[in-house]
Design a protein around this ligand. Structure first.
Ligand code: ZN
Length: 330
């Protein structure tokens, strides 16, 4: 996983290369159809050089040079018209006229095209599957949740409505608060779906998101620490480990199901603690209630989470089975 910025730059370089090739093709097309064009081009080139020299030396033939440039330009237009080609056919080929595919405007600021590419790549870097990228607050289906009370007398629908509202407020206010969410409940109750809704909303606002399972995160950190990656795998793992600290929103899924060692427990604490200290937002998704996290990660971690995360319970039927049941009926 490369940084979104370097991916966008590589894409821009690819665009430039493609457009330069198209420009070269147009030039040879015009030259072969109209051999006198080569002379016009040579004239323009020579006059351009003379103009630069003239400006630098402060010489007086400026007017004459400008006249010969104008003459050559008129001749160029005449040739293009004769060939039934647009007037700007040989003015350079650019996908973005504003920055001429450099990615920066005349003031050195990032052009909109570069910003758009970066945010697309931030989405790619989120590590979310295509299915997750399609899960949004708008597509959230409340009809999957029963309004009947569960064994503890709680309405499943009411509980999920509350979770949805809290997640939506978190996502909409992203960038203005340092809140953290702790989703907990058994598998298949909608935790990952709602995490995806938040992630997609936050991504659409231009923030970076990194979604990863606790198992994979700990595995990366432990293997890095003990030098278990080969030369080829190490840069990717290093990037992901750093991204977990740096990303605007980190979503750690499946906390509580992974195998915890003394090292991985300390690494997880350091990650959670560092992000809290930096005011960076995190969502933890777990099968354990916040008060049960000490069994896995110790009391120190539990008190950090209880103090700084909003707990959001998920209850009810297994949604994955219900979805399957629905599909079978169709
Ligand atoms: Zn641009």
């Amino acid at each position: 996983m490369q940084s979104a910025y370097s991916l966008a730059n590589a894409k821009l370089a690819e665009i430039r290369e493609r457009n330069e090739a198209e420009f070269a093709r147009r030039r040879s097309e015009v030259r072969s159809k109209c051999p006198e064009y080569s002379a016009v081009e040579a004239q323009l080139h020579a006059a351009g050089l003379a103009l630069t020299r003239c400006v630098l030396d402060g010489a007086e033939q400026l007017g004459t040079i400008r006249q010969s440039i104008e003459k050559a330009q008129t001749e160029k237009k005449r040739i293009l018209k004769k060939l039934d080609l647009p007037e700007n056919y040989l003015d350079g080929v650019y996908s973005c006229e504003r920055c001429r595919d450099t990615g920066f405007d005349e003031n050195g600021h990032r052009c909109e095209c570069l910003k758009r590419m970066i945010s697309e790549y931030i989405g790619v870097n989120s590590n979310m599957t295509e299915l997750m990228r399609a899960q949004t607050f708008e597509s959230f289906d409340f009809s999957l949740f029963s309004s009947q009370p569960d064994v503890k007398g709680r309405s499943v629908l009411d509980v999920i409505k509350k979770a949805h509202a809290m997640a939506l407020a978190f996502a909409d206010g992203f960038g203005t608060h340092s809140d953290n969410l702790y989703f907990y409940g058994d598998a298949g109750k909608g935790k990952t779906y709602l995490s995806s809704c938040v992630a997609n909303r936050v991504l659409s606002k231009g923030y970076s998101v990194y979604y990863q399972s606790a198992f994979r995160l700990m595995d990366i950190m432990e293997k890095l620490k003990f030098g278990r990656y080969d030369e080829e795998e190490a840069p990717q793992a290093e990037y992901e480990a750093k991204y977990a600290y740096d990303t605007d929103l980190l979503i750690i899924d499946d906390v509580g199901t992974e195998f915890v060692t003394a090292y991985s427990s300390a690494a997880m604490y350091d990650l959670i603690n560092s992000r809290l200290n930096l005011g960076k937002n995190t969502i933890i998704s777990s099968n354990l209630a916040p008060s049960g996290i000490d069994r896995q990660y110790g009391e120190r971690m539990m008190s950090r989470i209880v103090g700084a995360y909003k707990p959001i319970p998920f209850i009810g039927m297994d949604l994955r089975r219900m979805e399957l049941g629905r599909r079978k009926k169709c």
